[in-house]
Design a protein around this ligand. Structure first.
Ligand SMILES: [Zn+2]
Length: 267
C-alpha cells in the first residue's frame, strides 16, 4: 500500500532536531510522498529546498495563509506567481479564511477576504489547483467563515483542489464537492466528539477524499498531545476505512489516486 500525505508542514521548527529521521520513517511506513505546504513568503524558498532534497517524494505547495494576509502586497504576489510557475510547485495554498480568534489575536476579516480573492484570481490565471483553509469562529453557531468562503469562491473561476482539514457542516461539504473541491481528512476524524464529521465523510465517500496530517498539528486520536508527522497517515487511513465501510487497501488506493490527480503527480 502506498500513501500520500496531501498536507504537511515538515519545515516547521518542531522537526528541526530530527527532520531527516522523521522523513525516513514516513517512507518506511508506506507514506512515499508528501505535500509541503508553505504558508507565507518566508516559507516558499525553504519548501523548494526541501523538495529538491527529496525529489519526487516531497513537493511544495505555496501560498499565503489567511493568518498572514497582511503580508500580501504587489511584491509578494509577484514573488508568489514566480514560485507557482516552477514545475515542482503543485498547487496554490493554503489560502482561505480563518475566523478562529483567540485572546489577544483579533483577525481582520476584510484583509483575509481580499488576500483570498486575489490569490484565487492568480490560481485562475495559472490554471492551478488550490488548497483551501477554512476555519470558523469559536461561536458554535457562527458559520460565517464558510458562507464568506463560498461567496468569494462563487465569484471566481473554479480550478479544483482540496478543502484541507474539512470540519464544516454536511451542506458545506457538498457545496465544496459541487464546486470541484475534495475534502482533506486528517487525525480529527478519530476524535471522540466528531460524530457529525464522521457522518459527512461517510456520505461523501472515498472518491471525494484526500488523506493528510497537517503535521505537526492535529495528531490522530492515539497520539494526542504528541507531535504529529506523516508516518501517521496509515493510522488515519484505518479510521477512514472504518468510517466509510471500505477496506484499508481500497482506502489507500483511492485516496492516493485522488491526490495524484489533484496535484498532477507522476504515477
Ligand atoms: Zn496546514
Amino acid at each position: 500500500m502506498e500513501f500520500i500525505d496531501s498536507h504537511a508542514h515538515l519545515n516547521d521548527e518542531a522537526f528541526d532536531a530530527d527532520r531527516k529521521e522523521v522523513i525516513e520513517q514516513c517512507f518506511a511506513t508506506g507514506v512515499k510522498r508528501m505535500a509541503e505546504i508553505a504558508c507565507e513568503v518566508n516559507e516558499w524558498a525553504p519548501a523548494l529546498k526541501l523538495s529538491a532534497e527529496y525529489e519526487g517524494a516531497i513537493f511544495p505547495v505555496c501560498g499565503v495563509h489567511p493568518d498572514y494576509a497582511s503580508t500580501l502586497n504587489s511584491q509578494t504576489l509577484k514573488d508568489l506567481e514566480n514560485y507557482l510557475l516552477k514545475p515542482e510547485v503543485k498547487a496554490l495554498g493554503e489560502i482561505g479564511l480563518d475566523y478562529n480568534e483567540y485572546e489577544g489575536c483579533p483577525k481582520d476579516r476584510e484583509m483575509q477576504k481580499y488576500a483570498f480573492d486575489v490569490q484565487l484570481k492568480l490560481s485562475a490565471k495559472l490554471n492551478m489547483p488550490i488548497v483551501l483553509h477554512c476555519r470558523k469562529s469559536r461561536a458554535a453557531d457562527d458559520f460565517s467563515a464558510y458562507e464568506d468562503m463560498f461567496s468569494i469562491l462563487k465569484n471566481n473561476i473554479y480550478t479544483g483542489g482540496i478543502m484541507h482539514c474539512f470540519s464544516g457542516r454536511e451542506q458545506d461539504a457538498f457545496r465544496a464537492l459541487d464546486m470541484g473541491y475534495k475534502l482533506g481528512v486528517n487525525g480529527i476524524i478519530g476524535y471522540k466528539k466528531n460524530d457529525d464529521l464522521r457522518a459527512v465523510i461517510k456520505k461523501a465517500g472515498l472518491k471525494y477524499l484526500h488523506l493528510e496530517t497537517d503535521c505537526p498539528y492535529l495528531p490522530p486520536q492515539s497520539k494526542r498531545g504528541q507531535r504529529n508527522n506523516p508516518s501517521y497517515i496509515p493510522e488515519i487511513a484505518v479510521t477512514v476505512a472504518e468510517v466509510t465501510g471500505e477496506s484499508l487497501a481500497k482506502t489507500a488506493d483511492i485516496t492516493t489516486q485522488n491526490t495524484i490527480e489533484v496535484y498532477k503527480l507522476k504515477i
